[in-house]
Design a protein around this ligand. Structure first.
Ligand code: F6P
Length: 360
């Protein structure tokens, strides 16, 4: 038992499977080992902008059901940068001091922020400005946070995409079709690459490797020549058209989201190869569901280490997964390195070794 502490924990950015198991691990370590108090902060920093603040005391005997639950019981947001907060009347206001004041009013000794690179950057800026003792835990299905081989949520997303490919195989073969699965990942192709290999895709297209339609169609023709009447293509949402255009949708509120490259490819492939094509856009299904065992393991390891860092008084650090070890690194280092797929990565070589077409 160390000295008494009161710590806060929040989830920030897009949700993913594995957030609840991290919260559970934090509570077990902080209360079970150190006897501290843990406050869950609701809806990320938004919970510190309200009066009264939206917080919940987390108890050790209540958190065990979190192990198998998707999403985050604390709620989250991927909008509303507190340094340029949209006020609803079209103006932006810096609300950072409100958050900092509430953090201190709550008597928090430290804060664990579970987020992707964008959230961690914002939390770090707040911490530096307001003397917040911050420890970060990386989460994102995109797996693009620097310095860590794995972020919470990635494994579950890959499993979901793999299962989708497994299902698409049967219907593709039954109808002699080219099936295209569009997956998330923002600018990184990790989900497509990992699920594509695990799910036996014939073509994997990721933003980090440029492709030509001719190469994709050649693969389809090769398979036809081998008597294989169908083809499975997985594509990351940020893959551009052959002409270099990134396909996005802007809604009537001006919100812009990636998506649509799957449909574009389907039309181009049908036109160029004569094959019948269909598209599945997996979307937010990749973010939901029961956390995989690997996500639960990493959540447990990250949660315990984050609390231990606070116990040791080591702040401005993020926990990372490197060679099956939890290693803490400065947050600035992790957010300073965007982690895209390295074209020389072992899995890229693996895909090529299996004869999977990467479009180049
Ligand atoms: O960063 C996670 C992610 O799921 C991306 O893969 C995707 O582009 C984006 O978030 C979707 O965001 P939203 O939940 O706002 O639609």
């Amino acid at each position: 038992m160390g000295e008494d502490k009161r710590i806060g924990v929040l989830t920030s950015g897009g949700d993913c499977a594995g957030l609840n198991p991290v919260i559970r691990a934090v509570v077990h370590r902080a209360i079970g080992t150190y006897g501290w108090e843990v406050l869950g902060i609701c809806r990320s920093t938004l919970g510190l902008m309200t009066d009264p603040p939206q917080v919940m005391k987390l108890e050790i005997d209540k958190v065990d059901p979190l192990l198998t639950m998707g999403g985050t019981v604390l709620g989250t947001t991927n909008k509303g940068d507190p340094f340029a907060f949209p006020m609803g009347d079209g103006t932006l206001r810096d609300r950072s001091e409100e958050i900092i004041t509430t953090y201190h009013q709550l008597g928090l000794d430290a804060l664990i922020g579970i987020g992707g690179d964008g959230s961690l950057a914002i939390l770090r800026k707040l911490a530096q400005q307001g003397g917040i003792n911050l420890v970060g835990i990386p989460k994102t299905i995109d797996n693009d946070v620097g310095c860590t081989e794995r972020s919470i949520g990635f494994d579950t997303a890959v499993n979901i995409a793999t299962e989708a490919l497994d299902r698409l195989h049967f219907t593709a073969a039954s109808h002699s079709r080219v099936m295209i699965l569009e997956v998330m990942g923002r600018d990184a192709g990790h989900i497509a690459l990992n699920a594509g290999i695990a799910g036996g895709a014939d073509v994997i297209l990721i933003p980090e490797i440029s492709y030509t339609l001719e190469n994709v169609c050649r693969k389809i023709r090769e398979r036809q020549a081998q008597g294989k009447n169908f083809c499975i293509v997985i594509v990351s949402e940020a893959v551009c058209t052959e002409g270099g255009e990134m396909i996005k949708n802007t809604d009537r509120f001006g919100e812009c989201r990636l998506g649509g490259i799957g449909q574009h490819l389907a039309e181009e492939i049908a036109f160029s190869s004569g094959a019948e094509t269909r598209v599945t856009v997996l979307g937010h299904i990749q973010r939901g569901g029961i956390p995989s065992s690997l996500d639960r393991l990493i959540a447990a390891a990250f949660g315990v280490e984050a609390v231990d860092l606070i116990a040791a008084g080591k702040y401005d650090q993020v926990v990372t997964w490197q060679n099956r070890q939890v290693v803490s690194v400065p947050i600035a280092e992790a957010i300073g390195q965007y982690r895209a797929v390295d074209p020389h990565d072992t899995l890229v070589k693996t895909a090529r070794g299996l004869g999977i077409c990467l479009g180049d």
